[in-house]
Design a binder for this molecule. Structure first.
Ligand SMILES: Nc1ncnc2c1ncn2[C@@H]1O[C@H](COP(=O)(O)OP(=O)(O)OP(=O)(O)O)[C@@H](O)[C@H]1O
Ligand SMILES: [Mg+2]
Length: 201
């Protein structure tokens, strides 16, 4: 199914390209404008702000909680019936150290609050928490795609793999523009988008 979009694109390949280009431009702007510093760190409201920023020109559902159930592989993300309640719980989860932050991220992934674009928006959200709370961010370029996706699949049962994987990729270079832009490219690559380089848009 092709998602209804504000660009009135009906061709799925064309939509994927336009979505990648426009939302990467916004991801770049989020950093360069300083808008990122105004995002609430570690809350669902903050995640909505990121999602709306990235996808607001493309989808009506940007920044809004999904209204359908979704699954990936054989995992069903939080059922709609419990989604709002689960997000309230996640908001209250502590984020004072590395383990707590990853645990919160894993729960937000299980919630998967949006119709589309969860992976990409939630990784930015995760880095904002790391940055504020432990003065580090993930160097995504050091996190292998297959290992990451398999650790995330596994995380709904056990979070050891994702914790180990992210821990080895932490860096103190929290203000490094190049690292951020590269991180966006890698994050999009995980989801199958690799047409454009963020910094060149
Ligand atoms: N089987 C799975 N179980 C749990 N989490 C998963 C699974 N597969 C993927 N994920 C996590 O969900 C993220 C995005 O997955 P998905 O494609 O469902 O979301 P999306 O809403 O389409 O987001 P995006 O468009 O950014 O990819 C992945 O990056 C990974 O973190
Ligand atoms: Mg997707």
């Amino acid at each position: 199914m092709i998602l209804p979009n504000k660009l009135n694109i009906l061709d799925q390949i064309e939509l994927a390209k336009a979505e990648e280009k426009l939302s990467k431009q916004k991801a770049k702007q989020l950093f360069d404008s300083g808008d990122m510093s105004r995002i609430e760190v570690g809350s669902f409201a903050g995640l909505c702000a990121i999602h709306a920023y990235l996808f607001g020109d493309i989808y009506d559902f940007a920044g809004k909680m999904r209204e359908v159930n979704i699954a990936k592989g054989n995992f069903r993300f939080a059922p709609l019936m419990y989604l709002a309640q689960s997000l309230e719980h996640i908001d209250k989860m502590p984020q004072g150290n590395f383990d707590q932050i990853v645990e919160k991220y894993v729960e937000m992934n299980v919630a998967h609050p949006f119709r589309e674009g969860n992976g990409r928006a939630t990784r930015i959200w995760l880095d904002l928490i790391f940055k504020q709370e432990i003065q580090q961010v993930v160097d995504w370029n050091r996190v292998d795609k297959e290992e990451y996706l398999s650790a995330m699949q596994r995380s709904v049962v056990k979070d050891l793999e994702i914790k180990a994987l992210l821990k080895t990729a932490l860096t103190d270079q929290i203000h490094d523009r190049e690292l951020y832009m590269k991180g966006i490219d890698v994050s999009y690559y995980y989801e199958g988008y690799s047409e454009f380089k963020t910094d060149e848009l």
